[in-house]
Design a protein around this ligand. Structure first.
Ligand code: PRP
Length: 209
């Protein structure tokens, strides 16, 4: 049976495919995938999924390996091995608010919108601050603009989305990049194949700053 690798579609997809090409893998099917979700890449079977589902598939062992952002790992992950930092998809978790406002001013309980409620909760707990967290599914920047929230916890890459919507970073929370995760049982049962894949991948990852 082929080793099955789950890739995060969207944001990380193009950069991951570029890495696979550098590894010498034939990515034709992956590039010309149309609407297909399971693709053959040399001896591997590649599955394209949303970030949180990459973790679910790897945790359940239906995929041996996953490539997913640390943001999703910190928010959702627990039972798998995190094996490698791919040094791509780099961004930060940050607390942001409307430009020119003092987020920490006043005594009212702050309302924070985020796609990442667990990360948000842990961050404010570490600051000893009680906040009300509002879960949003995307374009979280809207929440403070519509006065639903006093601030957001989200990923910031170039900062363009914040800037173009009159928001600014209050504090960076943690750096993020794409990681390789491995199912715990696969690690025991298919160690040689996994090591071979990781070694080839390790040789082509971009150098960090
Ligand atoms: C992410 C994030 C920000 C934006 C940050 O959203 O939630 O909105 O990218 O990138 P920037 O700093 O380079 O502007 P994404 O594009 O994943 O879409 P979503 O919010 O709809 O999930």
């Amino acid at each position: 049976m082929s080793l099955r690798i789950a890739l995060t579609k969207g944001r990380l997809e193009k950069q991951t495919v570029e890495l696979f090409e550098k590894m010498g893998l034939d990515c034709d099917e992956l590039i010309n995938k149309g609407r297909r979700l399971i693709l053959k890449v040399n001896d591997y079977e590649v599955v394209l999924a949303k970030a949180a589902d990459v973790i679910t598939y790897v945790e359940h062992g239906v995929c041996d390996i996953g490539i997913v952002g640390r943001d999703t790992i910190v928010e959702n992950g627990k039972s798998f091995y995190e094996m490698m930092d791919l040094n791509l998809g780099k961004c930060d978790f940050a607390l942001a608010t409307k430009k020119g406002t003092d987020f920490f001013d006043g005594f009212n309980t702050k309302r924070i919108a985020s796609k990442y409620p667990n990360v948000t909760k842990a961050y404010f707990e570490s600051r000893g601050m009680d906040v009300k967290i509002i879960k949003i599914e995307g374009s979280v920047e809207l929440a403070p603009l519509l006065n639903l929230a006093d601030g957001i916890v989200d990923i910031v890459e170039t900062g363009t989305t914040l800037k173009e919507n009159g928001l600014e970073v209050v504090e960076k929370i943690m750096p993020i990049s794409a990681r390789v995760i491995v199912n715990m049982a696969s690690m025991k049962l298919r160690r040689d194949e996994i090591d071979e894949f990781l070694e080839k991948l390790g040789n082509v990852i971009p150098k960090g700053e």
